[in-house]
Design a protein around this ligand. Structure first.
Ligand SMILES: [Cu+2]
Length: 495
């Protein structure tokens, strides 16, 4: 077969995209819809990660997390080697309240250096868990910070240099609930595990012998929800709040329930008022809080129903690199009994967003291949400094027409001001991670936590974790006005 120059070029891009997507070209035929492992098994009860409130001593809340190896029955009848925090797979849901001082201890009992990033939390760089803070097997790390942000569903996951995808995929991830006095909203479910339910979405491919496939698993065929396949939740109330986290390395989800539902919160907390939608797109790292009303006798299914308009990807072949056309049932929700009491009306007023109207500093970021602004991550390079405590405008452009990317900023929250040349499905509220569709520019009004420290950097990166591991990340240092950065670097990463 003759291959034109143009076709060859396109093919080369295609292969590069496949390598980045971590999926084999052979798995992309149109007829090859995923066959989830354990698809024939009966549903099992949805596991609810334990709520870990730590130990409260005055206004100091202490936690101890141990990253450890284990085995988990992700698929019924198969024991899979996994990693987890304080257990074999995934971790407990941490609970903390605004104003408290957090004293965290993380023990590393996995056989590789790691570090934990508190995704969505505003805190000093010494506690942020960037790659410069990796620590070895057998060692511990004790970050501390004061909770100084509104109620939100955040999460925690590893951030080791070039290995974040592997560590998260093996199971090092958990939810983190920040609470404050605003959560007593009329009609809003808040009984953890009863009507306030964490839904942690991950996925994997399994090898023949039932182990996590690390060669070809980033766009896995098997959906894992709170650590298992095919879960079912038996509702006992007529209203549920689902705190959904896309904890995938690479897969985007467009979520639906078959009935309209309300979005009450995004990554960084509540909206001004609930917004009714039929579906919502969640890119890796993003969270959304959903409220859905249930009717006795009407079971629902949380589904991933394929990305609308392929999220801007040009064709089916490219879309299949990212699993953008795949459809899955994620979670069965069994309706409550007839005598479940009615829920009071959900308040139309949640919180004030207080988005600033202007900003004094503007920055531009271009995402292309595995680079941001033409560079891959260098722990010894400071990409820019933030020397003020005030909002900034960031313009983030995905220059690729054939690759999905998203964008996450550490120690920050942002409002979406504008989307050009593309469509981001849900832009209301405060976020810390956002889809940047092919060829689009997303303009963000960014508020960065002001904790000056010239010695340690914060990260911004594509949150498709294998893109991050391939270098799609940069770092900024927060300093006092006029102060110069002076990075303290780990061994092997000297200037
Ligand atoms: Cu990316």
């Amino acid at each position: 077969m003759a291959v034109s120059r143009r076709t060859f070029f396109k093919g080369a891009v295609f292969i590069a995209a496949a390598a980045a997507a971590g999926t084999a070209l052979t798995s992309c035929s149109e007829s090859d819809q995923p066959t989830p492992r354990g698809a024939d098994a009966e549903p099992r009860p949805l596991p609810i990660p334990p709520l870990y409130e730590g130990t409260l001593d005055g206004d100091v809340r202490r936690f101890e997390l141990t990253a450890q190896e284990g085995e988990a029955e992700i698929v019924p009848g198969t024991m899979t080697k996994t990693w987890g925090f304080n257990g074999p797979f995934l971790g407990p849901t941490l609970y903390m309240r605004r104003g408290e001082k957090i004293e965290m201890t993380v023990n590393n009992e996995v056989p590789e250096p790691t570090v934990v990033h508190w995704h969505g939390v505003h805190l000093p760089a010494t506690a942020d868990g960037g790659p410069a803070l990796m620590f070895d097997t057998g060692e511990s790390w004790s970050p501390s910070w004061t909770v100084d942000q509104p109620a939100a569903t955040c999460w925690y996951h590893p951030h080791p240099h070039e290995k974040s995808a592997y560590h998260a995929y093996r199971g090092l991830a958990g939810g983190l609930i920040i609470d404050d006095d605003t959560t007593a909203i009329s009609g809003l479910p808040n009984d953890y595990g009863v009507d306030d339910i964490p839904v942690i979405l991950t996925n994997a491919n399994f090898t023949e012998d039932g182990q996590l496939d690390e060669e070809n698993g980033w766009v896995g065929d098997t959906m894992i929800i709170n650590g298992i396949t095919k879960p079912r939740f038996e509702a006992t109330t007529r209203r549920l709040r689902l705190r959904v986290l896309n904890g995938n390395v690479l897969r985007f989800h467009h979520l639906s329930l078959g009935v309209p539902f309300k979005i009450v919160a995004t990554d960084q907390g509540f909206l001004e008022s609930p917004v009714e939608v039929d579906g919502v797109l969640l890119s890796p790292g993003e969270r959304v809080e959903i409220v859905v009303d249930l009717e006795p006798g009407k079971d629902l299914t949380l589904r991933s129903d394929g990305l609308p308009n392929l999220d801007g990807l040009p064709d089916k072949e490219t879309a299949d690199m990212f699993g953008a056309r795949d459809e899955f049932d994620l979670l069965e929700i069994a309706a409550p009994a007839d005598d479940a009491p009615a829920s009071p009306a959900l308040s139309e007023e949640l919180v004030a967003l207080d988005v600033p109207s202007s900003a004094s500093v503007e920055r531009e970021f271009t995402l292309n291949g595995m680079e941001i602004n033409g560079k891959t991550m260098d722990m010894a390079r400071v990409d820019f400094v933030v020397d003020h405590d005030g909002p900034e405008i960031w313009h983030v452009t995905n220059e690729n027409d054939d690759m999905l990317h998203n964008f996450h900023i550490h120690n920050a929250r942002f409002a979406v001001k504008e989307v050009e040349n593309g469509e981001v499905e849900f832009t209301s509220g405060w976020h810390d991670t956002i889809d940047v569709p092919p060829k689009s520019t997303v303009t963000l009004l960014v508020e960065i936590g002001y904790y000056p420290d010239p010695t340690l950097a914060y990260m911004y990166h594509c949150h498709m974790l294998n893109h991050e591991d391939h270098g799609m990340m940069g770092q900024f240092v927060v300093v006092e006005p006029g102060q110069e950065p002076d990075l303290a670097l780990p061994n092997g990463h000297e200037h």
